[in-house]
Design a protein around this ligand. Structure first.
Ligand code: SF4
Length: 343
């Protein structure tokens, strides 16, 4: 793999909860906590986790649709937070996003051809001939007939609309596309077609994908590496093969055990996790998974486990499965801290 195109370092996002006029907020939604990863050109990094784990907030932070509370997003070595508005606009050409609901993300009053060419026309004027040629080319690239360029989104099926959304993202020849639950709203057969289309486009154009999904079957099909998130943090990051063959974090084990298995001969672990995902406003102290974890020990309640690099190349945040020798012994901590959250 080449040098990472996208590098995320210690990304954090806390949303303050309104405390009333002129009052300083004391409560925050801790949507993303200390998230780091990288994505190389031509690579697909999938981010999975239950709803509310912070994966869609990561997508918005990558596009700088919201500003981080802490940490950095580096695109080709440049920190996007350091860019002025006009510079950011130019950089956005290199990063595009495809959303879950293909219908609400497309302007219902524009034809398919106008939807595809609109992003490019924001940067450079196009003649009518150029516009038609670009729209026809991209429609064919995503497996739609060029004759569809005069149709409105309401005249297309769900799968066709999502193909149109992908064609629109491709119009600026981006290096990175962020796909936020991009196939979740589609039928299974259409999902497979769109996933295969994305993989073909990646091979042809070398685009990097950040693919966000709650569906493990989908990420197993498309991912090179997978980051598992729980309550705002990455708890395991591994290659797709390693993660499915040998999940190491108790939460990853539980997610895989809970996923439907289409192959009746495939044996799966009986590990199932109980209880609800805690609130990100008041997350549990220490390892946020400890109230639901069958392996939890006292240390888990007190100290946040760091993401540790393992000998097999994966990264894991778990006191039991990936103990970090550099962390303090519980006996060395002040008694007052033992009941509080240490970050
Ligand atoms: Fe379970 Fe503790 Fe590991 Fe968290 S750190 S996953 S609570 S064993």
């Amino acid at each position: 793999m080449s040098e990472p195109f996208l590098k995320v370092e210690h990304l954090t996002k806390h949303y303050p909860l309104s405390a009333g006029f002129l009052k300083k907020p004391s409560l925050f939604v801790r949507a993303v906590e200390d998230v780091s990863f990288s994505v190389a050109a031509g690579e697909t990094l999938c981010i999975v986790g239950e709803s509310g784990c912070g994966k869609s907030t990561v997508a918005r932070l990558l596009m700088r649709l919201v500003n981080p509370t802490g940490g950095r997003v580096l695109i080709d070595g440049t920190d996007i937070a350091s860019l002025e508005k006009h510079e950011l606009r130019a950089w956005r050409r290199r990063m595009q996003m495809v959303f879950q609901d293909p219908y609400s993300s497309l302007n219902p009053r524009l034809t398919a051809g106008q939807i595809i060419t609109e992003p490019l026309e924001n940067f450079e004027p196009l003649s009518g001939k150029q516009r038609n040629a670009l729209a026809a080319n991209l429609l064919e690239k995503v497996g739609l007939s060029s004759e569809m360029m005069h149709r409105l989104p309401s005249e297309l099926s769900g799968g066709q609309r999502q193909r149109l959304g992908i064609a629109r993202a491709l119009s600026l020849e981006p290096s990175l596309i962020i796909l936020d639950e991009a196939v979740s709203a589609l039928d299974v057969s259409v999902q497979a077609q769109i996933l295969n289309l994305l993989m073909d486009l990646q091979q042809e154009m070398g685009i990097a994908f950040v693919f966000i999904s709650h569906d493990l079957g989908v990420v197993e099909h498309i991912g090179h590496r997978i980051a598992v998130m729980y309550l705002g943090r990455i708890v395991e990051l591994a290659t797709c093969e390693a993660l499915f063959a040998n999940p190491s974090h108790p939460y990853t084990e539980a997610l895989i055990a809970a996923a439907p298995v289409p192959d009746p001969t495939r044996i799966r672990s009986a590990t199932l996790v109980e209880g609800e995902v805690p609130s990100p406003i008041n997350p549990p102290s220490g390892c946020a998974f400890h109230p639901r974890c069958p392996l939890a020990v006292e240390r888990c309640r007190i100290l946040v486990p760091p993401l540790v690099s393992m000998p097999d190349g994966r990264a894991l945040a778990c006191h039991v499965r990936a103990p970090d020798e550099t962390m303090p012994a519980l006996s060395s901590l002040p008694a007052t801290l033992v009941n509080s959250t240490l970050v």
